[in-house]
Ligand binder design. Structure first.
Ligand code: G3P
Length: 220
C-alpha cells in the first residue's frame, strides 16, 4: 500500500518526505484554509510548492460544482505541475467532468465517496483514484473499513482500474486496517504515519540492547 499525506502544511509534507515513505499528497479546501492559504494566486503558488517537494501525485481540489466550471478549473490546475491530480466531488456534474478528464488524459481523484454505488460510478467514469472517507463513515456509527473492503472486492471482481485511496484516516490502526481491507493507498495525517513506529517492546528492547552494549564495552 502506498502512503499519501493528507495536509497542505509544507513542513509536515517535508517531514514525511524526508522519512522516505511518501508517495503523494492530498489536499482539500479545509486543509488549505487550516494551513492559512487563501486567495487564488496564493493557492496556486502553494500547489506548485507542494508539487515540487514530492515526486508523487498531488491532489488539488476544484471549487466549482457545475460541469463547465469543474472542467475549466480542473484543466487549469492540471497544468500547474505534471504531478497534479484534479480532485472532483462525487456529484452528478463531477462524474461528467471525470469522464471528460479521463478522456483527455488528466488524472482525477473522486472525493467524498461514502458508498459502494458511488465507487462503482466513479470507476465507470474513469477516475484514477476514489477517496472513501473512513473516519467520517465511522463518525456516523457505520463501518469505514468495511466500506473499503466492499469496494476492494467489487473493484477486483469487476477488474476496475480505479485505485482506492482510503481518506479521512484518523489513527494508525485505520492505516493498518485499510491495508488489510485492500486499499491501494492511504492518505494520512503525519501523526498517524509516525504512530506506526510505536511499540513499547521496541523501546524496551532497544534500551536493553544499548545497556548491554555499554556494560560489555566499559573500559574497552
Ligand atoms: O482526506 C479527507 C480528509 O481530509 C478528511 O478528513 O478527518 O476531516 O474527516 P476528516
Amino acid at each position: 500500500m502506498r502512503f499519501f499525506i493528507d495536509t497542505a502544511d509544507l513542513d509536515q509534507i517535508k517531514e514525511a518526505n524526508d522519512l522516505g515513505v511518501l508517495d503523494g499528497v492530498t489536499t482539500n479546501p479545509s486543509l488549505m484554509a487550516k494551513a492559512g492559504i487563501s486567495g487564488a494566486k496564493n493557492i496556486e503558488d502553494h500547489y506548485k510548492k507542494i508539487a515540487s517537494i514530492v515526486e508523487g501525485d498531488v491532489s488539488a481540489e476544484v471549487i466549482a460544482t457545475d460541469y463547465k466550471g469543474i472542467v475549466a478549473e480542473g484543466e487549469y490546475l492540471a497544468q500547474l505541475a505534471p504531478n497534479i491530480v484534479v480532485k472532483v466531488p462525487m456529484i452528478r456534474e463531477g462524474i461528467k467532468a471525470i469522464r471528460h478528464f479521463s478522456d483527455n488524459g488528466i488524472k482525477t481523484n473522486c472525493t467524498l465517496v461514502f458508498s459502494p454505488g458511488q465507487a462503482i460510478l466513479a470507476a465507470k467514469a474513469g477516475a484514477t483514484y476514489i477517496s472513501p472517507f473512513v473516519g467520517r463513515v465511522d463518525d456516523i456509527n457505520w463501518d469505514g473499513i468495511g466500506l473499503i473492503a466492499q469496494i476492494a472486492e467489487i473493484y477486483a471482481v469487476q477488474m476496475y482500474e480505479t485505485e482506492i485511496l482510503a481518506a479521512s484516516i484518523r489513527n494508525s490502526k485505520h492505516i493498518v486496517d485499510a491495508a488489510q481491507a485492500g486499499a491501494d493507498i492511504a492518505t494520512c495525517p503525519l501523526h498517524t504515519i509516525l504512530g506506526l513506529l510505536k511499540h513499547p517492546l521496541t523501546d524496551i528492547g532497544l534500551e536493553k540492547f544499548l545497556a548491554d552494549h555499554r556494560k560489555s564495552n566499559q573500559g574497552a
